[in-house]
Every structure is written in structure tokens, then in C-alpha cells.
Design a binder for this molecule. Structure first.
Ligand code: WTA
Length: 646
């Protein structure tokens, strides 16, 4: 039950729940003093003079004003000086047995070389660089190289399509794209460079494409634009001075889906993000000096940013980077990586656990897992059965589980047990982290009061500021204000629903907006509908989620086809529609079910009544609520019949 020793010999002890309570109160009552002390977690080139300034009207948060620091220095140089031979990144490649240890010393050299390559390509402080890479060490080098010279990275998950990638490159105005020839992913190879070629075709903004050679496959190179990353790096020096950044200088943009429009570029800045990820990584996981931290996420998502790269490396820990997939070559892969790397912490998503559980306990038991001391989950609610399996079978009842709730926009974990401190409840994210003030409000925006002994339910909002929070949406501050701070005035609205139980613990129930959570990935229904619209056969469509055994939520599309396509084979149309979505967004967005209908249930003012579509998708065909306001109540019968059929 005792708290670890933070790296650099700083002792942050949270021995008991009472101590958590005391510190939590302090963090809420006097946030400036609390967060001011946390500023000591990083090394400053110049100290800050003010902990927090907020302009509520503009929704402008400024943390650690006056300070200057560099993220790459904090994640690399200071550890390279103190523990050069410690493994920073323990890379587990796609094939079993394929491992590479990158020490902090080597990390420093590689990051410096890559930073020098970027400089040679004309990248300057404030310029944007797109990273579209598999899970190879170069992904981390590239992120840290950007941070080193003050460039802003935009990592795009390498499963997104050329069109999604192109949109993101244009929106952020990326000067350079860093990619690989191919990405091995389980038994497959993804032609990354080809996707980049399509994505950047004719784009003037992209001056250079740097290509890592992950496999031996040749790829076409465009003269004057494309060069091989290894060749470029070998020509550069292994030292590169850091750019001392202001606390609020941008660190990265990461695109995520919302309930309307195209994905938005969530912007995180330098000091607050780094301090918050380092602190949460330290305290939530009860970090110890010899920990091997294995987070199975991809760096294309925020979990990879915060808990593979920035949090662990800022803390001088060893971070496992896993290139493959949990079922390659079989469903025991994660456990074999745990054994091979001697991972002490495993941090993964419920969707992976559900699939591994279904594959059978033998795959787990074949491996020892004795190095593990702590288990974590993230990305979606975990059902109590899966939680119990994780605890009893994977962790053999000796490992705590931290169910961590947070978002791309929050930068780091906001609600979670602290390992070894907070009593666990299967399925509950339990308590807020320091400085975080969750609040439930009803539809009208009125706070719902919680009293000991009673449970409440509502829209989850946050009533305080914390250093890791997003500062804006790239190029669209108004959208930032409107999306997060206008539905409920002066509160940050998460888009999630939650209950708070009799003991005061939090249970996140999932999105209450038009965002789906499919296998832990956020996908907007509006985005799916506009992807479907790119298929000629589509007159209009409406997409909703439904409960899915493995994915958590499945994608259910109701599609109205144009009259001239009515006579075509339905299966062929459905197949083509799925292909369109894969092509426009990427395979993760492929609809699970598509039902062709002749009309959507709309009110007389033309609004689609999603409530009805959701119920039908859930398999509920009666008690659909009041349908008298529909322009044509008859479509409901047809929708039900179509859903039953297919
Ligand atoms: C969901 C991932 C329940 C939630 C870090 C949130 C969770 C969205 C949990 C953010 C959890 C994340 N329990 N739900 N422990 N963690 N979520 O931006 O709906 O990819 O709003 O960030 O995932 O997804 P994002």
C-alpha cells in the first residue's frame, strides 16, 4: 500500500486513502499552490512566475507562464546524463522474438539526428510535421525530434486512409511527412508509402516526405520530395541543441472525432501537458524505478502519446513499444511479450481483453506473467465480467487494476484508482485525480447534487482546470469554445454520461453525444454519414451505435439508396458501401451492419429521430416512444422489417 519513489529521487508518497483525500482537498482548495509544486517534476531552463491564468470569456488557459523548458530535454537528455544505459524504449517487433533495446543514450543520439534532418529540410519552430508511421522506434524519435526543435507534430494513426491523412495534412499545414515504406501488422503488410503518395498528391504545402525503411520492399520515390530517413539520419550529427520553449508553446496536434463535422485537431501545449502526463503516469501506476511499462496502444492515439512516449520517458522509465497485434501469431502474443520484456505494468483496452478472454484461458496460462504487478485499462467502459477475468486469470488476483477514464482532450488520466491506494470496484473508474472536479448535470445544465448513500446519473462535466487539458482546436478556437464550454456554461463538457454511486465513486457509462466508441476508437456518426455520401448509390443515411460483444459498440448504418439503384442487388450495394467507408476513413470505421431502407424517420421539420433508429439497432422493435410527430410514421414499420431481415 505504499507509494513508489518517483524517479530522480523525488519521493511522492501517497500511503493511504486518507492521504489521497487530504491531498485531493488541497488540490481543489488551493490549485495554484498544488500545481506550482508539481512544476518541480520537470527541469526548467527558466522558471515560471505564475501557475495559472484563465480568461474565462475567451476560454484561454495559461499554465506556468514565464517558464521556458524543452520536452525532449526532459524526456531524453536529463536521463541520458544520469542513466545512459537504461533502456528507454523496449521495442517488440511484429514477429515473435523480434526485440530491440534503445537506451537513453541512444535515444538522445537518434532524436538529435532526426531533429537535424528536420532542420535540414527547413523545419523551424512552430512548423507542423505529420507523422504517419508504424509502431517503430522512429515514431518516438520523430515526436521527440519535433519537440526538440519546437516543431508541432501531428501523428496520424497508420490505419487511416489516404483521404483522412490528406485532410489532416491540409488542416494542420504540414511541411514534412514522415512515413515508412511498409507497415507489417500481424500477417499483413500495409503499403504506407503508397497511401502517403495518394494523400500528398498535388499538395504544395508538403515539401518533403521522409521514408523509414521498415521492410526491404522497394517503393517509388519522388525526386526532390522523398528521401530515406536512415540515409538522412546517418548524414547528420548526433547532437542537436534544444529550443527553449515557452510553457504555452504548442507541442502537438492530435485529430479526434466529434459529434459534428470533420475530425478536429486538438492542441496540447508544452509545460502543462508534460507535467500532467508525468504526474499521472507516476501516481496512477504507482511507478517504481525498475518498472517496465507496457502500454499496448498505438502512438497514433492519445494513449500512445501520453503513456508510451511522454509520461514514461519524462519519468525516466522503460517503455515497451509493441508493433504487432494481440492475436498474431496467436492469442497468447501479449502474454509472451509480457514474459519476454518482464513487463511489470500492462495497460490495454477492454476490447482487446474481451477478444483475448474469448480465445480461452489456455493462451494466458501458457505464459508465466509473473513479472506483472499492475494492470490498467483505458478507452471504454469495462464490463465487470471482463474486469474480473483480467483480475483473476491474467493477474492471478495479485495485481491491482486501474480503470482510467480520460480523453484526447484531457491529455492524461482524470478519473481512476491510484494503484495500491484506492479500493477497486469492477467497472468503476472510482475517484478523480488531483485537481479534477467532476460534476453531473441534467439536460438543462443544472448540477445534480450528490449525497452520501444515494446514486445519481447525468452528463459528466468538469468544473476545474488542470494543466494537461487541451488549449484549443487547431485553427478554430470558436469550435473549441462551442464544443466543450458552451453546452453547460463555465463547465467543460466531456460528451460522456456517468453515474456516481452511493459511496461517491464514478462509473462512466459512455458517450451521450453522436460519437461512437468502436473497439476503443472514437468515430463520429456525422463523419460516417458523410463518408457514405461519397458512394453514388446513397441518397441519405443515418448511423447509430449498438451493443457489440467484442467491439463494445458496433456501427449500424441505415441507408436510403437513390431510385436508380433500387433494382440493384442489395448485398452488392452493401458491400460497396462498406468499401467506400474503408476507403474514405479507414478499416476501423467499416460499418458492422447496413440496412437499406426507403426513408428515414424524420420529424416534420426534417430532423432524423435517432432515438428510434438506436432502439431498432439495439433489437428493440416495440415501445419506440412517441412517433406521432414523424412526417411519415409508416417508415418505422419498414425499418423494423428491414432490420429483422438483415
Ligand atoms: C471513453 C482515450 C469508460 C469515453 C483515452 C471518452 C472511457 C472516450 C474510459 C475518449 C474508461 C475512455 N471508462 N469510458 N476508463 N476511457 N473512455 O479521446 O467515452 O480516444 O470520452 O481517449 O473514450 O476517447 P479518446
Amino acid at each position: 500500500m505504499s507509494k513508489s519513489i518517483a524517479p530522480h529521487g523525488k519521493h511522492t508518497r501517497i500511503p493511504t486513502l486518507a492521504e489521497y483525500d487530504r491531498l485531493y482537498r488541497e488540490s481543489i482548495e488551493d490549485p495554484r499552490s498544488f500545481w506550482g509544486k508539481q512544476g518541480e517534476r520537470v527541469t526548467w531552463f527558466h522558471p515560471f512566475h505564475s501557475v495559472l491564468d484563465i480568461d474565462t470569456e475567451e476560454v484561454d488557459f495559461s499554465w506556468y507562464q514565464g517558464g521556458r523548458l524543452n520536452v525532449s530535454f526532459n524526456c531524453v537528455d536529463r536521463h541520458a546524463a544520469e542513466r545512459p544505459n537504461k533502456t528507454a524504449i523496449l521495442w517488440a517487433g511484429n514477429e515473435p522474438g523480434e526485440y530491440k533495446h534503445i537506451t537513453y543514450r541512444e535515444l538522445k543520439h537518434q532524436v538529435a539526428r532526426l531533429a537535424n534532418v528536420l532542420k535540414a529540410k527547413g523545419v523551424q519552430k512552430g512548423d507542423r510535421v505529420c507523422i504517419y508511421l508504424p509502431m517503430i522506434p522512429e515514431a518516438a524519435y520523430a515526436m521527440l525530434a519535433c519537440a526538440r526543435i519546437g516543431a508541432v507534430h501531428s501523428v496520424v494513426f497508420a490505419g487511416f486512409s489516404a483521404e483522412s491523412l490528406r485532410d489532416r495534412i491540409i488542416d494542420a499545414g504540414c511541411k514534412v511527412v514522415i512515413t515508412a515504406n511498409e507497415a507489417p501488422r500481424g500477417p499483413k503488410k500495409v503499403a504506407l508509402k503508397h497511401i502517403v503518395d495518394v494523400a500528398v498528391d498535388g499538395l504544395k504545402v508538403v515539401e518533403s516526405v521522409l521514408v523509414a525503411r521498415r521492410t526491404s520492399t522497394d517503393v517509388p520515390m519522388t525526386v526532390g520530395r522523398d528521401t530515406f530517413l536512415d540515409e538522412e539520419m546517418s548524414r547528420q550529427r548526433s547532437t542537436c541543441p534544444v529550443e527553449w520553449m515557452a510553457s504555452e508553446d504548442p507541442l502537438f496536434i492530435l485529430y479526434t472525432s466529434g459529434s459534428t463535422g470533420k475530425p478536429k485537431g486538438v492542441l496540447h501545449t508544452t509545460a502543462g501537458y508534460l507535467i500532467y502526463t508525468a504526474m499521472t503516469h507516476d501516481l496512477v501506476f504507482d511507478l517504481r524505478p525498475d518498472d517496465i511499462h507496457f502500454c499496448t496502444a498505438d502512438v497514433g492515439w492519445v494513449t500512445g502519446h501520453s503513456y508510451i512516449v511522454y509520461g514514461p520517458l519524462c519519468n525516466g522509465a522503460t517503455s515497451v513499444m509493441f508493433e504487432s497485434v494481440p492475436n498474431y501469431p496467436d492469442s497468447g502474443r501479449i502474454w509472451s511479450v509480457v514474459d519476454d520484456t518482464k513487463a511489470t505494468i500492462l495497460y490495454t483496452a477492454p476490447t482487446a481483453l474481451r477478444a483475448l478472454r474469448r480465445a480461452g484461458d489456455d493462451f494466458v496460462k501458457k505464459h508465466s506473467r509473473k513479472s506483472l504487478r499492475l494492470l490498467g485499462t483505458v478507452g471504454e467502459p469495462i464490463d465487470p465480467e471482463t474486469w474480473q477475468w483480467y483480475h483473476d486469470v491474467v493477474g492471478e488476483q495479485r495485481c491491482d487494476i486501474v480503470d482510467t477514464w480520460w480523453q484526447t482532450e484531457t491529455g492524461g488520466v482524470l478519473i481512476s484508482p491510484l494503484a495500491g491506494v484506492t479500493p477497486m470496484k469492477p467497472g468503476s473508474a472510482t475517484r478523480p485525480f488531483f485537481g479534477v472536479k467532476p460534476l453531473l448535470v441534467d439536460e438543462a445544465g443544472a448540477p445534480i447534487e450528490w449525497k452520501q448513500g444515494t446514486a445519481i446519473q447525468g452528463n459528466l462535466c468538469l468544473a476545474s482546470a488542470w494543466p494537461g487539458q487541451a488549449r484549443t482546436i487547431w485553427g478554430d478556437h470558436r469550435r473549441f469554445r462551442e464544443t466543450y464550454f458552451s453546452k453547460f456554461p463555465n463547465l467543460y463538457f466531456t460528451g460522456d454520461g456517468s453515474t456516481r454511486d452511493e459511496d461517491g465513486d464514478w462509473w462512466i457509462t459512455g458517450r451521450v453525444d453522436d460519437v461512437l466508441n468502436v473497439s476503443g476508437h472514437r468515430i463520429g456518426t456525422a463523419e460516417l454519414e458523410s463518408a457514405l455520401a461519397q458512394n453514388d448509390a446513397v441518397a441519405e443515411s443515418a448511423v447509430v451505435g449498438y451493443p457489440h460483444d467484442l467491439k463494445g459498440q458496433g456501427i449500424y448504418a441505415y441507408v436510403v439508396v437513390k431510385p436508380e439503384f433500387k433494382d440493384q442487388n442489395a448485398d452488392q450495394i452493401i458491400g460497396a458501401l462498406k468499401e467506400t467507408v474503408r476507403h474514405v476513413i479507414g478499416p476501423i470505421a467499416t460499418p458492422d451492419r447496413i440496412t437499406l431502407v426507403s426513408g428515414l424517420p424524420k420529424t416534420r421539420s426534417g430532423k432524423v429521430m435517432r432515438r428510434i433508429l438506436r432502439k431498432v439497432a439495439h433489437g428493440q422493435f416495440t415501445e419506440l416512444g412517441d412517433i406521432t410527430t414523424l412526417a411519415d410514421p409508416g417508415v418505422v414499420e419498414e425499418i423494423i422489417a428491414a432490420a429483422k431481415k438483415g
